[in-house]
Design a protein around this ligand. Structure first.
Ligand SMILES: [Zn+2]
Length: 223
């Protein structure tokens, strides 16, 4: 051991942690420098024309320690590629154009798939119910459907209030009777009585047949 070596050891040794930190910092700086330099080189048009795959700057792979051009000889070429991709993206694009293209195609396919799924979901969603124009309903508009059980399993549906919409009761009675194939009559109060429970049918049919009768104007009283 020479004197000078001794001197070094006498000096206060920086802590291991500090050394590691400094090394890390240096590596980081070096990396940034290389990235910058590489970018400049790659942007030179003459270089691109002459030999685009080999910028003058030699970058050594941290995975296999070879210059990145020789990573194909690495024991873990895939790891090398991954490192290069995240560290020197442009160089990666130069060295592995097929891989990049493949990745881009994959990504595009994925995106398309996602878009298609999104579109399907939109189609699957029930259409938003059209907001009905609010009609102010008053008692003078109301049509009543009343269902009563007369005998066992025999129902009578009473329909009243149609005259408020200017309907001729006798004519309407005949129309309904024919439409739903049921017996009918007009009671002493002037309401139409129909044999069977026709509440659901009438609720649907009335507003279609007589536009002045809005859905909101139909009240159903079961039994
Ligand atoms: Zn490598």
């Amino acid at each position: 051991m020479s004197d000078s070596d001794d001197d070094i050891f006498k000096k206060k040794k920086p802590s291991k942690k500090k050394i590691e930190q400094q090394q890390k910092q240096q590596q980081q700086q070096q990396l940034q420098q290389q990235q910058k330099q590489l970018k400049q080189e790659l942007n030179q048009p003459d270089l691109q024309q002459n030999n685009p795959k080999h910028p003058k700057l030699v970058i050594y792979c941290v995975i296999c320690t070879l210059p990145v051009e020789f990573c194909t000889y690495s024991k873990a070429p895939q790891e090398c590629k991954e490192w290069l991709k995240t560290t020197f993206k442009d160089l990666y694009a130069l060295l592995y154009p097929e891989d990049l293209k493949l990745e881009q195609e994959k990504q595009a396919a994925l995106l398309l798939q996602q878009q298609q799924i999104a579109q399907q979901q939109i189609l699957l969603q029930p259409p938003e119910k059209k907001k009905k124009k609010k009609v102010k309903v008053t008692e003078s508009d109301m049509v009543y459907i009343k269902v009563k059980e007369r005998n066992r399993n025999k129902f009578i549906t009473t329909l009243s209030g149609l005259e408020k919409h200017g309907l001729d009761i006798k004519e309407t009675q005949k129309k309904i009777s024919k439409k739903f194939g049921c017996g009918s009559s007009i009671n002493e109060k002037g309401a139409i009585e129909l044999q069977g429970d026709l509440s659901a049918e009438l609720e649907e049919w009335l507003p279609k047949e007589y536009p002045s009768i809005k859905e909101d104007m139909i009240a159903i009283q079961e039994k």
